[in-house]
Design a protein around this ligand. Structure first.
Ligand SMILES: *Cc1c(COP(=O)(O)O)cnc(C)c1O
Length: 389
């Protein structure tokens, strides 16, 4: 069996272990401690937001953000349909209903126009949505200026799901700093990892103070254990935060490596008419967390995304379709959806390619060769077919 090539695997920079050892030496083996405080500072400084709370996951961060916005049973929350289920799941934890909105073609993220019509229609039907959750898929920033403008017209707060977009920015402004609150994830496959973890960002200190309170079982200030609210156990451990501090030192370098992966794919696939890659709109900077391709059925000579996935799997290379839109998921089939087919089209024709910052040049070349051969062979077989006829 050939060496496995992963989509996106953890990539340590070297100093993570030093921070973890420090936690052991000082016996800060706890869900709080100096690494947590410093990691929070690192995140706030990097994203130029005023405050950050380190949490156990990105999902926990979305859950707490929704609670703080007062989302309750029977409420509606607007969510980008093209995303990982973790963007939408916390809406249902609260007994609220997700309302899904389709993507635009420029960034593959929430379409501001469809967002506007969705809000108008929900209001006309008697319910104003309580929050909006746009996502920066694969690191590509959503059209945040337009999304915030629509949200502000109706006074609806925005929870910016930047789980895939640490290091991405628009005109130098970091993703995660646009919404009323921003969400990051440090899961094992993300741009940096703490082995599992997340964070909530905000310029509003009340949100972050409240998030820390709720994340540590909502303990009132009293010598005994007293609670006047339901709490959660959602804080990040001092060990995990130590890994995070080390990862922050290499974040920009790793973003650069992922962007180089993308450039290699772009160059290698340039001669293939059936493959397109997503360009950055002017002023946009993507961390290129995952490099993705779209297969255009008109120019692909019959090659489908399944053909490419199979060809790579046989060679022990991980490759995945784009996120299956939430409005197509059995679990969300009763949720309202506002769309024009964009995300379905992306899902039908798109693929995520190996994108880790730790991939070797030869490994990327191996991926490119297999994909190029898949396209070359099909062209040939179609020609053979023509000769037979
Ligand atoms: C990974 C991810 C999350 C969830 O983060 P976890 O830390 O895994 O809970 C949320 N939204 C998106 C878009 C993600 O990719």
């Amino acid at each position: 069996m050939k060496n496995k090539i992963w989509l996106s695997s953890p990539h340590m920079g070297g100093t993570e272990q030093k921070f973890v050892n420090e936690a052991f030496e000082t016996n800060w083996i706890a869900p709080l401690g100096p690494h947590v405080d410093n990691f929070e500072l690192d995140l706030a400084t990097y994203t130029k937001t005023k405050h950050a709370a380190a949490l156990s996951s990105g999902t926990a961060a979305i859950h707490l953000a929704l609670i703080m916005l007062g989302v309750k049973r029977g409420d509606e929350v607007i969510c980008q349909t093209m995303t990982f289920s973790a963007s939408a799941n916390p809406i249902t934890y609260l007994g609220a209903t997700p309302v899904f909105v389709d993507s635009e073609k420029e960034t593959w993220n929430m379409c501001p126009k469809l967002l506007n019509s969705a809000i108008q229609d929900r209001i006309a039907k008697g319910k104003k949505p309580k929050a909006i959750i746009p996502v920066h898929l694969y690191g590509m920033p959503a059209q945040m200026d337009k999304i915030m403008a629509v949200a502000n017209i109706y006074g609806i707060p925005v929870i910016e799901d930047a789980a895939e977009a640490l290091g991405s920015k628009i005109n130098g402004k970091a993703m995660g700093s646009y919404g009323n609150m921003g969400v990051l994830s440090f899961n094992g496959n993300k741009i940096i990892t703490t082995s599992g973890g997340g964070a909530l960002l905000s310029n509003n200190n009340e949100y972050i103070t409240q998030a820390r309170f709720l994340a540590t079982q909502a303990r009132d200030e009293a010598p005994h254990y007293q609670h006047s609210q339901i709490g959660y156990n959602y804080r990040m451990s001092n060990i995990a935060a130590g890994i995070g501090r080390g990862q922050m030192e290499v974040l920009d370098a790793h973003v650069e490596l992922r962007r180089q992966n993308f450039e290699t794919y772009k160059k290698e696939f340039a001669p293939i008419e059936g493959i397109t890659l997503l360009a950055e709109p002017k002023g946009y900077f993507s961390n290129r967390w995952l490099s993705t391709i779209l297969i255009d059925p008109v120019f692909a000579n019959g090659v489908t995304k399944e053909d490419v996935i199979c060809a790579l799997l046989v060679e022990n290379i991980e490759c995945r379709p784009l996120w299956k839109p939430m409005h197509l998921q059995p679990v969300f089939d009763k949720s309202p959806f506002y769309g024009d087919g964009t995300s379905e089209n992306l899902f039908n024709n798109g693929l995520c390619l190996p994108s880790g910052s730790n991939l070797k040049k030869e490994e990327i070349k191996r991926v490119c060769t297999i994909i190029k051969n898949t396209f070359a062979n099909t062209t040939k077989s179609i020609n053979d077919l023509a000769e037979l006829v």
